[in-house]
Design a protein around this ligand. Structure first.
Ligand code: FAD
Length: 391
């Protein structure tokens, strides 16, 4: 391994591992506090010409997320790529619709494309002179004793050792930074997978780029043991996500051919199928992804390393709060930076003590809300699931 040592450019340089949604926002907050920031991101720059992401997941952005964006003055720029969803529209198996508002008049959650939001945030990050972004940089190992990162440049396949002074691990649910902390004494860690996976599908835009179903809503097809949801895109299409058991009579394992997929979808999502021209292709080409809850503690290693976002608390997506909670981490850290200045011990300790109970509560609510969304919001007359399972 080539040992290309690069010292941080100033003694105050902070290192962020992961330039995803939370890492981008965190870099802005740290820079606003006068720090020089270096962000290492494993993927190529998603704003490049190559479509790096095979899938385009949409996320629900809620109040706690907006507050965090407002804190660094970027909410307006993000609002340009967001669509208000005033409530959820339930589709029963006969195609009847029921609307449940999310709150009082004027209150909404917002649909944003993950890739669109990430691109917008990277643009804003790049305008900040104190932040340096490094793409194609995969962290393979963190040496907590030497305070050193083993980094692979995925474009050139060159490796190098990068020292850090203070490291922020925002490298997601399968965090390499957390991986190093897991090997320290008295570090608690658990991961729990659901027996369900998810698959991204698409409802196409109507001719002229119109939305073929209600634009300002989160759509749900609740079917007892599984469900499909759809969030609006700016171009008139909807990103659908099928949450489905891996095994069983109605499951990914049970649908093996295009004909089976069409027959099943026509039986259980009859009003959606005519709007999904790529259904069979997408079903077999798009990956089936797993759903995991990660809990760990402590989130800080001395006053040198801190985990935030999914690296600290990955949750299943049914409360629509994973990213929002990660953004709120930044709001709380910002308050602590304002209060404690450069006293990193106090900042890290107060951060983990105040955020951990909230993260645990969110993780429990997210699992609970899966049952709520797939089952309890359903029309009580809905019985087809039972029929299918008895066949
Ligand atoms: P990530 O978004 O995972 O970003 C981590 C970054 O670190 C990535 O860019 C990755 O490339 C980089 N990285 C990883 N490993 C390394 C490494 N070794 N070296 C260098 N870089 C690395 N949340 C909501 O708030 N609302 C929703 O509606 C919602 N819906 C969801 C739907 C689904 C299907 C799923 C799966 C999640 C959903 N979430 C939602 C959760 C949300 O996606 C996450 O909580 C959020 O992306 C976490 O952001 P993050 O920056 O912490 O991690």
């Amino acid at each position: 391994m080539a040992d290309v040592r690069t010292r941080p450019s100033t003694p105050e340089t902070l290192t962020i591992m992961g330039g995803g949604l939370v890492g981008s926002l965190l870099s802005l907050y740290l820079a606003r506090h006068g720090h020089a920031v270096e962000v290492f991101e494993r993927r190529p720059d998603i704003r490049g010409t190559d479509p790096v992401e095979a899938r385009s997941i949409n996320l629900a952005l809620s109040d706690r997320g907006w507050r965090a964006l407002e804190g660094v003055g970027i909410a307006e720029a993000v609002r340009e790529v967001a669509i208000a969803m005033h409530g959820r529209v339930m589709h029963d198996v006969q195609g009847n619709l029921t609307m449940q508002p999310y709150g009082q008049a004027g209150q909404s959650i917002y649909s944003v494309s993950r890739a669109g939001l990430n691109r917008r945030m990277l643009d804003l990050v790049e305008q900040e002179p104190a932040i340096k972004l490094f793409f194609n940089q995969q962290c393979r190992r963190v040496d907590l004793k030497k305070q050193e990162l083993d980094m692979l440049d995925t474009a050139t396949q060159q490796s190098r050792l990068v020292p850090y002074q203070r490291l922020f691990g925002v490298d997601g649910a399968y965090s390499a930074v957390r991986g190093a902390m897991q090997r320290t004494d008295r570090f608690n860690y658990s991961q729990q997978y659901l027996d369900y996976g998810y698959k991204e599908l698409t409802i196409a835009a109507a001719p002229g780029g119109e939305w073929p179903i209600e634009k300002h809503a989160l759509h749900i097809w609740p079917r007892g043991q599984y469900m499909m949801i759809a969030l609006p895109n700016l171009d008139g299409s909807f990103n659908c996500t099928l949450f489905f058991p891996y095994e069983g009579p109605a499951s990914f394992a049970a649908l093996q051919t295009p004909a089976q997929v069409r027959e099943f979808f026509t039986a259980v999502f009859p009003d959606a199928v005519p709007l999904m021209p790529e259904l069979e292709t997408e079903f077999f080409e798009n990956p089936t992804s797993s759903l995991v809850t990660v809990r760990c503690f402590p989130w800080a290693h001395q006053d040198e390393v801190l985990l935030l976002g999914d690296a600290a608390h990955a949750i299943v997506p049914f409360y629509g709060q994973g990213m929002n909670a990660g953004f709120e981490d930044c709001t709380v850290l910002n308050e602590l930076l304002t209060r404690h200045g450069h006293d990193w011990t106090a900042i890290f300790q107060e951060f983990e003590d105040s955020r951990k109970p909230n993260a645990d509560a969110m993780a429990d609510l997210a699992v609970y809300n899966f049952e709520e969304m797939r089952d309890r919001v359903a029309d009580p007359r809905f019985l087809l699931q039972k029929k299918i399972e008895s066949q």
